[in-house]
Design a protein around this ligand. Structure first.
Ligand code: NAD
Length: 499
């Protein structure tokens, strides 16, 4: 099916009569249930007065199968870079290898650093484990383990690099506080694992505290991710806005949406300094495609976030409240329909019509949506430029692939130093095993050998080159070198476990 064939009547009419001041929006109708729920969502938004100029693009399954491994064409990029606003239906990623995640490509290429996912319960109209749940998860979207830098280094060991940057952390923490300010939220909580990852997660936590100090009217707190996640799943009422690095956010935003009872209803926004993308969190549900049964709510609520982002808060509020009233009136699609609670089971299009009929109404029991003056679009400033630190080289970690006994490895590594520097320790998967390791420690074929300057000597890069030469000549299979620096006198590396 080409793009033209995916456009519904309301969308075609809107495209034929777009007003001069309409805001251009790039729209992907997606795969599976995508076209149905996108047409339904646009019907509601347009009926509510969303003055948007729709630029349809084709992405996803057909583009992948046509041999484009990224799932997106050059024309689609042109449209995105022109409109800077992307309203995206779910796509199908074909099975089998070689296809890159379109979402990750779009997020990273357009610098969409913030993933915002509101998770709400709609009790008693939709069952939920946590009736009053109203949490917004703000996930860092560009770095952490998702930098995608992985290497196989030995027969037994693979590595994935976790990169956390100060500007990246500052952008996302500031975004969380600005979001809280704009939407009248009272508290921002940070989750990290900085008791273990003292440098990477430690930086995220530190920057969170620095940014929090600039927002004295908003409460701030930090939880270690494990107990924080347990608390979030058990007592989500204790949280308001929660900000965290990429991987934790990926996992916990799904947990939060699921326990709210509304994975099929949850929207998400991906926000960058120049562009933004809005979508439902669910996939293309291919088995439900073409039957007019899918629930368009997640995508519609993503459209509400988009209207707020564009500063059309009046449209956002009208649609959001009409949607809440529809849910409250028991007009439900099959996925949330429950005998005794729901009044009428409807399909995708009829659900959209029910929301359109209720435009201008507010819910009677559920809290009405309010997009006050503060909810106008906000942007965060460029991250703070800091003076470069005084950086000193103090040693080197040489990583080695070796199956020989530890004592022999230690001897070869000491010999290679040629008296130029001191072999301080050897660790295996982070645990110190030489000198004075424990025989119980399980070891792999991946060793980290740390060299530092000898007493009274200064370390320099030429010494590392000499060491590498000597290792190469003696046949040691070194696989990676990591320099040890201090920054303004503070070590920029962690100690070995047990050191
Ligand atoms: P899915 O979210 O499509 O479906 C999971 C279950 O939820 C299915 O039972 C489905 O019928 C149901 N469901 C999902 N959305 C629904 C809706 N709006 N109304 C009613 N029921 C709904 O997940 P999946 O089956 O794992 O993935 C299917 C395809 O979607 C895959 O190709 C996957 O790669 C893709 N996917 C795309 C995105 C995206 O584009 N953002 C996200 C997730 C998955």
């Amino acid at each position: 099916m080409n793009v033209e064939a995916k456009l519904g009547d309301v969308v075609k009419k809107q495209m034929a009569s777009t007003s001069k001041g309409a805001v251009p929006v790039t729209v992907a109708f997606g795969d599976g249930i995508g076209p149905e729920i996108m047409n339904a969502s646009l019907k509601v938004l347009i009926s509510a007065g969303a003055d948007i100029a729709i630029e349809p693009i084709e992405i996803g399954e057909q583009v992948y199968l046509a041999g484009n491994s990224a799932g997106i064409t050059a024309d689609a990029w042109d449209s995105l870079r022109r409109t800077k606003v992307f309203y995206k239906a779910p796509i199908t990623t074909p099975q089998g290898g070689g296809f890159k995640s379109l979402n990750v490509t779009v997020r990273k290429s357009l610098g969409l650093f913030a993933n915002v996912r509101p998770c709400n319960a709609y009790m008693p109209f939709i069952a939920s484990k946590h009736p009053g749940m109203d949490v917004v998860v703000v996930r860092e979207n560009e770095e952490d383990l998702y930098a995608g830098i992985e290497h196989r280094q030995t027969d037994e060991v693979y590595q994935c690099l976790k990169l956390i940057s100060r500007p990246g952390s500052e952008k996302i923490c500031r975004y969380a506080f600005e979001y809280a300010k704009a939407y009248g939220r009272k508290k921002v909580t940070c989750f990290t694992k900085d008791n273990i990852m003292k440098l990477t997660d430690g930086l995220f936590h530190k920057v969170f505290d620095e940014v929090a100090a600039e927002y004295p009217d908003i409460e701030s707190e930090h939880w270690i991710i494990d107990i924080g996640a347990a608390k979030l799943a058990d007592t989500p009422d204790a949280f308001d806005v929660v900000v965290m690095p990429n991987l934790y956010g990926d996992v916990l935003s799904d947990v939060a949406a699921q326990i709210a009872g509304s994975v099929g209803l949850a929207p998400s926004a991906n926000i960058g300094a120049h562009c933004a993308m809005f979508e439902a969190i669910h996939g293309s549900a291919p088995r439900r495609a073409g039957q007019d049964v899918a629930n368009p709510s997640g995508l519609l609520l993503a459209g509400v976030m988009m209207m707020a982002h564009l500063g059309r808060t009046e449209v956002a509020e009208r649609v959001h409240n009409a949607w809440l009233k529809t849910i409250e009136d028991g007009i439900h699609t099959y996925d949330i329909f429950k005998e005794g609670v729901s009044q009428q089971k409807v399909g995708t299009d009829a659900f959209a019509d029910a929301v359109v009929e209720r435009l201008g109404q507010k819910p009677a029991e559920l809290p009405a949506a309010r997009y006050g003056d503060d909810a106008k679009p906000f942007m965060i400033p460029e991250p703070t430029q800091r003076p470069a630190a005084r950086k000193e080289l103090v040693g080197v970690d040489i990583f080695v692939h070796s199956a020989e006994p530890l004592a022999e490895l230690a001897e070869s590594m000491q010999r290679a130093a040629n008296g130029l520097m001191k072999l301080e320790m050897i660790t295996n998967r982070g645990v110190k095993v030489w000198p004075e390791g424990l025989p119980e420690t399980f070891c792999t074929d991946h060793w980290r050998c740390r060299y530092v300057a000898k007493q009274g000597q200064v370390f320099n890069k030429a010494m590392i080159v000499e060491l590498q030469k000597s290792l190469a000549f003696s046949g040691v299979d070194f696989i990676k070198t990591e320099h040890l620096f201090t920054f303004d006198g503070e070590p920029g590396y962690s100690l070995g476990q047990g050191q």
